[in-house]
Design a protein around this ligand. Structure first.
Ligand code: AMP
Ligand code: ZN
Length: 462
């Protein structure tokens, strides 16, 4: 079945055709590790995970690379303002290296909790300074660089197609910038190598023939993607904020250095998670929620994943606790349905072929996950399909959804416990709290604990 993906480069859905039929090369811009990743970042990583799982579902292997930005990212994506890592170090009175290590582990843990498949390769910008300097060397040799005020810049006027990804209204965007770097020949030029001219004695610095310093932000992705995926590869992704500057500059320096066009075949971008209309969740504003906050409020991380699945990745998604509650209810319903499929055998002769086709049709239509969920609910309602078949098909679908449905196991609760549960519920409804507590204690003696959740009491082994 044909897989169609929306390519930001052409602004069209295109049929996906990888360079190498056996293995798809995919690069996703990863976290800047100066603070916890927020739910917006996690929406993007979930979108990339769904993309990868869809490609896997279509029978390809995937080589997936994610970078860790631990140097060079300034508060503005366009080389202006404070160094993000330094900002984190000052805030916590730690070294930049300690900050990077701490938040790298934190983001990896969040991704794991969201059942995001680990990339084939995690790579850190600071581990690839040599590769970045080599790329500057090639650009210099080809005449794409100049030095001013101690920094090495990429000269965008040398590249005919600069800005093709973004189709930017570059002039309007440039005017909106507050600070300006007077060393730049053209407003869109960007730094490849900073020396002390930018900051007094930065903590992270390396020797180079341009002077002791550190790389500009965009360079790491070009150097590391080339190292691990080759001079051309299939897919590059991130959220939409990366289109006008970061990805535009990645393309400029990679195509100039490598002499390949296009450097990447499919560019894919997810829309933002917003707190209110037009108000993106962002680390730098400090106005953000983390996955841990969600967990502390009693939600399973899978609820956030289900919440993300409910909106197409190219549409903004508004965060609210009410929406999280709806996602929780829907997920609970799905999980209960799984239990029912496991516990109650039900006859039925129809196979699930058409549902499998419809499901794949939905995910292959540029990752239409809301439609894929609708197909699942339709299949679950179908009286003519037996429960065993439904369960098997649902687990197949969950290879893409990643909702950990395979983990749901029947508890085999003894009848005695079930009767006590019902009695307790009866007591609770009559507001007979003393009786309800007595029964809870009895259940505890039998080795079971009761948790009252928004969708009713749940019993677990103690
Ligand atoms: P950062 O750690 O800020 O470099 O961002 C990591 C990834 O999250 C990048 O792909 C960003 O484009 C993306 N991102 C940042 N803010 C949001 C948001 N509010 N919603 C969705 N994705 C975001
Ligand atoms: Zn990048």
């Amino acid at each position: 079945m044909v897989l169609q993906l929306f390519n930001t480069l052409t602004r069209k859905k295109e049929t996906f055709s990888p360079m190498n039929k056996n293995e798809v090369g995919m690069y996703g811009c990863g976290p800047t590790v100066y603070h916890y990743a927020h739910l917006g970042n996690m929406r993007t990583y979930t979108f990339v995970d769904l993309l990868k799982r869809t490609i896997l579902f279509n029978g390809y292997k995937v080589k997936h690379v994610i970078n860790i930005t631990d140097v060079g990212h300034l508060v503005s994506d366009a080389d202006e303002g404070e160094d993000k890592m330094l900002k984190g170090a000052k805030r916590e009175k730690k070294t930049v290296w300690q900050i990077a290590e701490f938040y790298t582990q934190a983001v990896k843990k969040d991704m794991e909790q969201l059942n995001i498949i680990s990339p084939t390769i995690w790579c850190k910008a600071t581990d690839h300074i040599k590769e970045q300097l080599e790329m500057i060397g090639v650009l210099e040799k080809k005449g794409y660089t100049y030095t001013a005020g101690g920094n090495v810049y990429f000269d965008t006027s040398k590249l005919k197609e600069y800005g093709k990804l973004a189709r930017l209204n570059l002039k309007a965007e440039q005017k909106a910038r507050v600070e300006k770097d007077k060393n730049k020949k053209n407003q869109n030029d960007f730094v490849l190598w900073f020396t002390k001219s930018k900051f007094d004695d930065p903590e992270m610095k390396w020797d180079s023939k341009y002077g002791q310093g550190f790389p500009g932000w965009h360079l790491e992705c070009s150097a590391m993607a080339t190292k691990y995926l080759g001079e051309q590869f299939d897919i590059h992704c991130g959220a939409i904020d990366l289109i006008p500057t970061h990805h535009t500059n990645e393309i400029a320096q990679s195509e100039a250095a490598l002499g390949v066009h296009p450097w990447v075949h499919y560019w894919m971008h997810g829309e933002f998670l917003v707190l209110s209309e037009g108000n993106k969740m962002s680390k730098s504003s400090g106005d953000f929620l983390t996955l841990q906050v969600v967990i502390d409020k009693g939600y399973d991380p899978m609820v956030y994943r289900y919440f993300c699945l409910g909106t197409h990745y190219r549409k903004p998604l508004m965060f609210s606790w009410e929406a999280m509650d709806s996602a929780q209810n829907a997920l609970k319903k799905l999980q209960n349905k799984v239990l029912e499929l496991l516990e109650k055998p039900k006859e039925g002769k129809k196979n699930t072929e058409t549902y499998i086709e419809d499901f794949q049709g939905a995910i292959n239509d540029d990752l239409n996950m809301p439609q894929a969920l609708a197909v699942i609910w339709e299949m679950l309602k179908d009286e003519e399909v037996n429960n065993k078949e439904k369960y098997k098909t649902l687990l197949e679908f969950d290879r893409v959804l990643g909702l950990q449905l395979k983990e749901i196991k029947p508890l085999n609760i003894p009848e005695e416990v079930q009767v006590l549960m019902e009695k307790r519920e009866h007591a609770r409804l009559k507001k007979n709290w003393k009786e309800a507590d007595n029964i809870r204690n009895k259940l505890k003696d039998l080795g079971y604990i009761i948790e009252d959740t928004p969708s009713g009491p749940v019993v677990k082994k103690d």
